[in-house]
Design a protein around this ligand. Structure first.
Ligand code: SF4
Ligand code: SF4
Length: 409
């Protein structure tokens, strides 16, 4: 049995690295929205310092400012003092949760469902019934849910009509093997993606597996401020992927960013984190045997914050897509600002999330792409939901691996 994780104190020394220069403020989407210092990285760091030293007591106002953070880490990317803001905001919410444990009820409930494979299968089966019977199409066509929060939530649901392609290709004399981290939401909402990646990997000469006992990456618990539950999930993934040096490719950039943080969560997380590879960068690196057919599509790239600010492998995607003949590539929003999905933010803060989505929807209307690609499942669902609600914009939002798999020669 894995050792039980122990609570870690708030990293005050990391917070004290902030010199309050304010260079991060113009890059912060929530500060851009409210122009309130308490909604900026600098302000939130000061609030967390106050909380950690007892100078500030928890209050609903404090919770609102800390919970309003998207965790996009745009501030971290531009900070000259290399303040690890992502780790700080997680630790700050954990401090809040120590004093207000009830705030973890919702995340624990969501995580309890998503981290259990049988429950994910039930959810996926329900979604398939909903999609395959035509009920979903009927509800959307005749707007049977009205205009309340339910219709907003429903509009983000994917349309599933058949079980996932569970068989991954097996190739003779592979040049190597890799393990795929599929992610809990991706397992339900985009269940064929492992097969898509495995097909591309097979073209490159690699055999892929998806360890059956893998679970949620722990992002839900980690970002809610529940590091002990997050560490337990991390330990389960360490066991599922075992020791050794097999590269681990995460389908969603949101999961990849959390998996890369395992050394911060669990004592033995470093070897696991060292095996992580971005799937598209991996394909590009081994792409000499990859062949694509001419695909005359205009593709708009939406770069998730976790890709842009944490993993930083977005260039690999552009280079790989450029290998597809006749594919035209455009940027959905060159500002690179967060789309508002941000984990569960688009559900908990719908008005703010929709405001952040607006520039992306406007860009989609202007650029008129055939397809939008996004390597994070949350962004893809949020974008697709926004396009549906806007009406008339019925373009597909795909994971870039799905598009690349469709373009295989
Ligand atoms: S987080 Fe970094 S960029 Fe922002 S105020 Fe502090 S030191 Fe400056
Ligand atoms: S993570 Fe994003 S939303 Fe949060 S303070 Fe930094 S820039 Fe602002």
């Amino acid at each position: 049995m894995s050792p039980q994780p122990t609570p870690r104190p708030f990293p005050l020394a990391d917070a004290d690295l902030c010199v309050k220069c304010g260079l991060c403020l113009p890059h912060c989407p929530t500060y851009g929205q409210s122009q309130n210092e308490a909604d900026s990285p600098r302000g939130r760091i000061m609030l967390m310092q106050g909380l950690a030293t007892g100078r500030i007591v928890p209050s609903s106002t404090l919770e609102r400012h800390l919970d309003g953070c998207l965790g996009c880490r745009a501030c971290e990317r531009v900070c000259p003092a290399t303040v690890p803001y992502g780790a700080l905001i997680d630790a700050g919410r954990a401090l809040l949760a120590e004093q207000r444990p009830a705030r973890l009820q919702q995340s624990r409930w969501i995580s309890a469902v998503l981290s259990r494979r049988p429950l994910r299968r039930v959810l996926a089966a329900l979604l398939r019934v909903y999609g395959a019977t035509g009920l979903q199409a009927l509800i959307r066509r005749f707007r049977l849910l009205g205009h309340g929060p339910l219709v907003r939530l429903e509009s983000t649901l994917p349309t599933l009509t058949r079980p996932a392609r569970s068989k991954l290709p097996v190739i003779d004399a592979p040049r190597g093997t890799v393990a795929i981290f599929s992610g809990c939401v991706g397992d339900i909402a985009d269940p064929d993606l492992s097969a898509d990646l495995a097909a591309l990997l097979a073209d490159c000469g690699f055999t892929a597996s998806t360890p059956a006992t893998q679970t949620c990456c722990s992002a839900i618990d980690q970002h809610a401020g529940d590091p002990l539950r997050a560490a337990r999930l991390a330990s389960r993934n360490l066991e599922a992927f075992g020791d050794g040096s097999t590269p681990i490719l995460s389908l969603a950039t949101g999961c990849a960013a959390t998996l890369a943080d395992y050394p911060r969560l669990v004592d033995n997380g470093q070897p696991f984190a060292q095996r992580l590879r971005d799937p598209i960068a991996f394909l590009l690196e081994h792409s000499e045997r990859l062949r694509f057919k001419p695909t005359p599509l205009r593709v708009a790239i939406h770069e998730p914050c976790t890709q842009k600010n944490v993993i930083r492998q977005g260039e690999a995607l552009r280079r790989l897509l450029a290998r597809v003949p006749e594919l035209e590539i455009v940027e959905l929003d060159a500002s690179g600002r967060c789309c508002g999905a941000a984990g569960t933010h688009f559900v908990s803060h719908p008005a703010e999330a929709d405001a952040l989505l607006q520039p992306k929807l406007a860009a989609a209307a202007t650029l008129a792409p055939d397809v939008i690609v996004s390597a994070n499942i949350g962004c893809a669902l949020h974008l697709a939901g926004g396009l549906r609600r806007a009406g008339g914009l019925s373009l597909e939002v795909l994971h870039p691996l799905r598009l690349l798999a469709r373009c295989r020669a």
